[in-house]
Write a protein that binds this ligand. Structure first.
Ligand code: TGC
Ligand code: FAD
Length: 388
C-alpha cells in the first residue's frame, strides 16, 4: 500500500506545486522500487548497486546544485527527496547525501572547471560514485587533529594516513580526502580508485546502516598530480561547509524515518488485539502515538522553516545544528517507541521500526554527534566555547 503521509498541520500547503510534485514522484519511487528490496539488502548487508543510476535518472544526485547535469532544485524540494529516501532507509539517504552534499558540493564549490567537467555530470547521472574522507580512527568529533598528511613533491602531492567510517568508500570511483599540508593547512584532494598507494577496506559487522557500504581508506605514499587538489579549499571551514549541506538534508531525512515508524505503529496498534481490544484503545498506547505525532509535526515545521531560510540565504550553521539535533532525536525516539508498540514483531525485519532504530543510532553519531551539536548551540547562545 502507498504511503499517504503524516500531515497533521497541513504542512503540504506550505509547499509549492513543484515541491509537492517532486515529493510525490519520490514517494512513488520509494514505495514501488525501494520498499520491496530494503529488508533483503539490510539482512544481507548489501547495497543495491542499481540505486545510483536510478537516483541519477530521477535527478536526486546533487539535486540542489546548478549546471553540470544537476537538477538545480531549491532546498525544500531537495529536503523532501531526502525525506522520502530515508522513509525507506537511512542508508539510501546516506548514499545520496554523501554523493551530493559531501562530494559533488565541494567539487562544485572548490574545484577547477576541469574537475567539475570530469566528475559532476557523471556523478549526477549515478555513473560515478564518490565518498568523503574526513574522519580518522583517532579524530572523529575533532577533525582539526587529523594526521593524514599531504606533502608537496615536484609534480604534485603525496598522501599518507588513514580515514575511517567512510560511507560508500568501497564503492567510490573518487574520494574527496581532507589532509594537512606541510604548511599546516587542511586542503581537499580528489583521489581516484586505482591510484597507487590508495586502498579501501569495508567495515564488517555493523548492526546499523547495513544497506550502505562503510569503509576505511588507506593512503601509503599515494602520489597525486597537482591537478588532484581542490584549489578553492583551505582550512577546516571547507569540509565543515560541506557538512552544513549534508546536515541540512539529514534534518529532512530524519522526518521521513520518523513518519515511517509512526505510520507502522499506528496501523499495527489499531489491528493488534490484546485483552479483547485493539491495543490502540489503551491510554498508555495512545499517549505514545500522540507523542510521536506531536514530535513529528514539530520536526516537519522546523525542516520546512530551515529550508525557507536556506532558500533566502539566511540559514546559519547553528540553525542547521538545531534541526539536525532535534529531528534525529525525534526520529530515534519514534523508532524506539514503534519498536516497543510492535512487541516481539518489532525485533524482526518483517517490520521497519527495528531497522530504522538501528540505522538512526548511526545518524545520531555521524555528521556531528548529538553532543557536538549541543555544544555548537551552547556556544552560539552563551558566547562561551565548550570545546576549548
Ligand atoms: P572552529 O575553530 O570552530 O572552526 C574552524 C573554522 O571553520 C569555521 N566553521 C564553519 N564553517 C562552515 N560551517 C560550519 N558549520 C562551521 N563551523 C566552523 C569556523 O568559522 C572557522 O573558520 P576560520 O575562518 O576562523 O578558520 O573548529 P573546531 O576545531 O573548534 O571544531 C568545531 C566543531 C567541533 C564544531 C567541528 O569540528 C565539528 O563540527 N565536529 C564534528 C565533526 C563531524 O561532523 N564530522 C562529520 C564527518 S562526515 C560524516 O559524518 C558523513 S556521514 C555520511 C552520511 O551523511 O551518510
Ligand atoms: P568520538 O568523537 O570519539 O565521540 C565518542 C563520544 O564522545 C560521543 O558521544 C561524542 O559526542 C563524545 N564527545 C566527543 N567530544 C566531546 C566533547 N567535546 N564534549 C562532549 N562529548 C564529546 N565520517 C566521514 O568523514 N565520512 C563519512 O562518510 C562517514 N560516514 C559514516 C558512516 C557511519 C555508519 C558512521 C557510524 C560514521 C560515519 N562517519 C563518517 C564518521 C562520523 O562522522 C563520526 O563517527 C562522528 O563524527 C563521531 O566521531 P567518533 O565516532 O570518532 O566518536
Amino acid at each position: 500500500m502507498s504511503f499517504r503521509g503524516v500531515d497533521y498541520y497541513a504542512t503540504d500547503e506550505l509547499l509549492t506545486d513543484e515541491e509537492r510534485l517532486i515529493r510525490d514522484t519520490f514517494r512513488r519511487f520509494v514505495d514501488d522500487e525501494l520498499m520491496p528490496i530494503v529488508a533483503g539488502h539490510f539482512r544481507a548487508g548489501t547495497f543495491p548497486r542499481e540505486l545510483p543510476a536510478r537516483l541519477g535518472e530521477l535527478g536526486a544526485l546533487g539535486a540542489s546544485l546548478q549546471g553540470y547535469g544537476c537538477a538545480g532544485l531549491g532546498p525544500v524540494a531537495y529536503g523532501l527527496i531526502m525525506q522520502e529516501l530515508e522513509r525507506c532507509d537511512s542508508g539510501f539517504r546516506s548514499f545520496a547525501s554523501v554523493q551530493g552534499s559531501l562530494v559533488m558540493y565541494p567539487i562544485h564549490s572548490y574545484g577547477t572547471e576541469e574537475q567539475k567537467q570530469r566528475w559532476l555530470p557523471a556523478m549526477a547521472a549515478g555513473r560515478a560514485i564518490g565518498c568523503f574522507g574526513l574522519t580518522e580512527p583517532d579524530f572523529g568529533s575533532n577533525p582539526s587533529g587529523m594526521r593524514t598528511t599531504a606533502t608537496r613533491t615536484n609534480t604534485g602531492w603525496v598522501l599518507n594516513g588513514e580515514k575511517r567510517w567512510i560511507t560508500s568508500g568501497g564503492l567510490a570511483d573518487v574520494a574527496v580526502v581532507w589532509a594537512r599540508t606541510s604548511e599546516g593547512e587542511i586542503r581537499g584532494f580528489l583521489v581516484e580508485r586505482g591510484t597507487k598507494g590508495f586502498a579501501t577496506h569495508d567495515i564488517e559487522g555493523k548492526f546499523s546502516l547495513r544497506a550502505s557500504v562503510t569503509s576505511e581508506l588507506i593512503f601509503e605514499d599515494c602520489h597525486l598530480p597537482e591537478s588532484a587538489i581542490l584549489p578553492g579549499s583551505g582550512g577546516l571551514k571547507s569540509p565543515l561547509s560541506c557538512l552544513n549541506q549534508a546536515r541540512y538534508g539529514i534534518s529532512w531525512g530524519a522526518v521521513g524515518a520518523a513518519m515511517a515508524c509512526y505510520e507502522e505503529a499506528l496501523s499495527y496498534t489499531k489491528e493488534r488485539v490484546q485483552f479483547r481490544r485493539p491495543i490502540a484503545g489503551y491510554q498508555l498506547v495512545q499517549a505514545k502515538l500522540v507523542g510521536m505525532l506531536e514530535d513529528i509535526t514539530n520536526s516537519q515545521l522546523l525542516a520546512w522553516r530551515l529550508g525557507r531560510l536556506k532558500e533566502a540565504g539566511r540559514a546559519r550553521p547553528q540553525q542547521v545544528s538545531l534541526a539536525k539535533r532535534h529531528n534525529v532525536r525525534v526520529a530515534l525516539e519514534a523508532a524506539r517507541t514503534a519498536r516497543d508498540l510492535l512487541g516481539a514483531n518489532g525485533v524482526t525485519d518483517e517490520y521497519q521500526a527495528g531497522r530504522h532504530m538501528c540505522n538512526l543510532e548511526s545518524v545520531f553519531t555521524y555528521e556531528g554527534t548529538d553532543h557536538i551539536h549541543t555544544l555548537i548551540l551552547g556556544q552560539d547562545i552563551t558566547g562561551i566555547n565548550a570545546f576549548e
